[in-house]
Design a protein around this ligand. Structure first.
Ligand SMILES: [Zn+2]
Length: 428
């Protein structure tokens, strides 16, 4: 299959800015050429009109819980611990595997429509999540979230996580990869972490966890353990494998050094952190310390939606507000968090994250002909400060169109919405 996108504006990599006009050629699963000025020749199976559109690398939503679309709007305006203990955990006890499957499809449709091509997810009933991802055509790093508050839970939880990773790593033509996910340092003891590291090494998979999300959690942890959660994890050897740490709102300088020294990735989730009033993660400081920072929405239950365009904007705005510096996290850096740095967090920094010959053809077409994108002095800035997820008009993963001009090709959206509305009634 040879596809050409004609006369499109392109951002190959965020720091290079915008090429105003190019023909982008996709061959099979990879980008074959970016011809500046246009004029790519040869036979094409499909020609896509790119004029008035901006092609950018696919967004990587580096931390979410896909099936939590079920809890969108169920428990707004609460602090994290009350949100979890009073609303989310009791609701999750009613969840079935089928619920997770359908609400994963709902989340996938939402992600495709707003330009996400890959994501990192931790939850339960992960077989159903993986099944949904396989059908939808996205790329994902998936893991079963281990929560082991008591001794007797440790072995069964680890077994579940291991079985999922063994069954699904590399599946769906390599689009699905597995991780191991002790949920957080405050929900899993040292034995879980040591076993997870051993397993991660054996299976050659990363560890995805939550780190330092709220101030109270970190203070309580320090009082109990005499050190920060990041230091504690380092002492347990957790950073000897690749780590993706969601949130990282309350890190010390030393914590950042630890993450940087071990090439771990932090995932900034600005909407979720703002909505639950957890704080603003020190993104500029982390980047200056050499930490790879990616961007995520977190679950729609705590973030409201899965829109990475909005996430970029909020990341840029909050970084400026936190540092009192309007030059902090400029648009190109915010876009890097959502694309190439997300790809690095996925462990696929050389395959994904930019639009270059030989890379996997994951990409997003954004409409530039909308009223709020006019007059178009700087399409990259407009993408971050003016665009919405709904301005996405095309999405490709591995060279395969998943969405174009309003049509989703892999999912029956009406059926998914009807089924989800019906299932949601049990949770009210
Ligand atoms: Zn989370």
């Amino acid at each position: 299959m040879r596809i050409v996108i004609r006369g499109v504006s392109v951002i190959r990599r965020p720091e290079e800015g915008v090429i105003p006009k190019a023909d982008v050629v996709i061959e099979g699963r990879r980008y074959a050429a970016v011809v500046e000025g246009g004029g790519a020749s040869g036979d094409f199976d499909r020609v896509i009109e790119g004029e008035g559109r901006l092609l950018v690398p696919g967004f990587v939503n580096a931390h979410t819980h896909l099936a939590m679309t079920l809890f969108r709007g169920l428990a707004d305006d609460l602090p994290l611990m009350r949100w979890l203990e009073e609303k989310i955990w009791p609701a999750e006890r009613k969840l079935t595997a089928e619920d997770v499957y359908w609400f994963s499809l709902l989340g996938l449709a939402e992600m495709i429509r707003s330009g996400t091509t890959a994501f990192i997810d931790m939850y339960f009933f992960m077989e159903e999540v993986a099944q949904a991802v396989e059908e939808a055509g996205l790329r994902a790093l998936l893991s079963y979230g281990i929560i082991a508050p008591t001794e007797d839970r440790i072995e069964p939880e680890l077994k579940k996580a291991e079985a999922f990773a063994r069954a699904w790593d590399g599946k769906a033509d390599g689009r699905i990869r597995a991780a191991l996910s002790p949920h957080a340092p405050y929900t899993c003891g040292p034995e879980v972490w040591r076993e997870a590291v051993k397993l991660a090494r054996e299976l050659k998979v990363p560890i995805h966890t939550h780190l330092a999300e709220t101030k109270e959690e970190v203070e309580r942890f320090r009082a109990q353990h005499g050190r920060s959660p990041a230091q504690w994890l380092e002492e347990l050897g957790v950073f000897s494998v690749p780590v993706i740490a969601a949130h990282c709102v309350h890190l010390t300088e030393k914590d950042m050094e630890i993450l940087a020294a071990h090439a771990a990735s932090a995932v900034h989730c600005p909407t979720s952190n703002a909505k639950l009033a957890c704080g603003i993660a020190p993104v500029t400081e982390m980047l200056a310390s050499g930490v790879n920072v990616a961007l995520g929405t977190d679950g729609a239950g705590s973030a409201g939606d899965l829109d990475m365009v909005e996430e970029m904007r909020l990341a840029a705005l909050l970084a400026k507000l936190k540092t009192w510096d309007p030059e902090a996290l400029p648009a190109s850096e915010a876009l890097a968090l959502a694309t190439c740095r997300g790809a690095q967090a996925l462990g696929q920094g050389r395959e994904l994250g930019t639009i270059e010959e030989g890379r996997r053809a994951d990409g997003v077409l954004v409409a530039l002909d909308r009223v709020h994108m006019c007059p178009g002095h700087n399409p990259l800035g407009d993408l971050v400060y003016a665009a919405h997820g709904a301005d996405v008009v095309g999405v490709f993963v591995d060279g395969r169109p998943l969405f174009l001009d309003g049509e989703l090709f892999t999912l029956d959206e009406e059926k998914v919405i009807a089924e989800c509305r019906k299932r949601a009634r049990r949770f009210r």
